[in-house]
Design a protein around this ligand. Structure first.
Ligand SMILES: Nc1ncnc2c1ncn2[C@@H]1O[C@H](COP(=O)(O)OP(=O)(O)OP(=O)(O)O)[C@@H](O)[C@H]1O
Ligand SMILES: [Mg+2]
Length: 237
């Protein structure tokens, strides 16, 4: 872990988030040159998250109580594992998953990227891989010069994975069904924390994703349902 110099909270849109979670700037910028200090881990995670979080969601927070409870559980487990193993840092690598459901524009992706930022400021290491399903299928399509199995393993083995828009493809193909099954089954069998968003209604999930994927999702995920108007349309909705 490299040492990250003190950071300017404005640059990373952190002021509100730190205040809401009771994290002080003094703590965040503490730790001298100890790279394993949780504050340095937090600074590292904040700078890494900023590289992958889309511009639109760079100031997102996850205020959903269910997501907050999930994050707290991941952090507690990571710290317990650190104590048990005498590891230098606490890292997220196992835990339950969440399925964020709701119509378009209700804030699912906002909450998901908010969760990445929320976890970053805790000082626990969380190596996220993030993708939409459309980008996932595109990345895995067999093509010249690409080892699509190696690419698949990158998603499959992610310490913590965000899959945005599961089931958004209206016409599943054999290829997308196989990717969904292999990915979800692996995450399920290894108890790897996965944050999934979907526009599907609960009753549509089985039709769109098939019984075997749905059965695993039901067991591995807590469902969090978002309601309300499309926030993109504002008052006009
Ligand atoms: N808690 C929030 N505070 C402020 N803005 C929000 C919040 N939640 C969502 N938004 C804004 O509302 C809009 C829709 O949010 P988002 O993209 O997360 O919706 P979604 O549920 O993922 O939609 P879709 O299903 O179409 O992908 C975006 O402009 C987002 O920035
Ligand atoms: Mg979305």
């Amino acid at each position: 872990m490299q040492w990250i110099p003190p950071i300017n909270p404005k640059r990373y849109h952190l002021e509100q988030l730190l205040a809401a979670r009771g994290v002080t700037l003094d703590w965040l910028n503490s730790g001298d040159t100890d790279t394993f200090h949780p504050a340095n881990v937090a600074r590292y995670s904040i700078t890494e998250a900023a590289k992958t979080i889309p511009f639109k969601f760079q100031d997102a927070t996850a205020d959903s109580p269910d997501i907050q409870a999930w994050l707290k559980e991941l952090v507690t487990t990571a710290r317990e594992n650190q104590a048990d193993r005498g590891a230098p840092v606490a890292s997220v690598f196992q835990g339950r998953s969440l399925l964020l459901l709701g119509p378009t524009g209700t804030g699912k992706t906002h909450q998901a990227y908010g969760a990445i930022r929320e976890l970053a400021i805790t000082g626990v290491v969380a190596c996220w891989i993030t993708t939409t399903t459309a980008d996932l299928y595109a990345a895995l399509r067999p093509r010249h010069g690409i080892d699509s199995e190696a690419e698949f393993r990158r998603f499959r083995d992610a310490r913590i994975l965000l899959i945005d828009d599961l089931g958004a493809d209206r016409k599943p193909t054999e290829f997308t069904e196989e990717v969904n099954f292999r990915l979800i089954n692996h995450r399920y069998e290894h108890h790897l924390p996965t944050l999934i968003t979907s526009n599907l209604l609960p009753k549509e999930i089985s039709d769109r994703l098939g019984d075997r994927v749905t059965s695993r999702l039901i067991e591995m995920c807590q469902r969090v349902v978002f309601t309300g108007p499309d926030r993109r349309r504002g008052e006009a909705a």
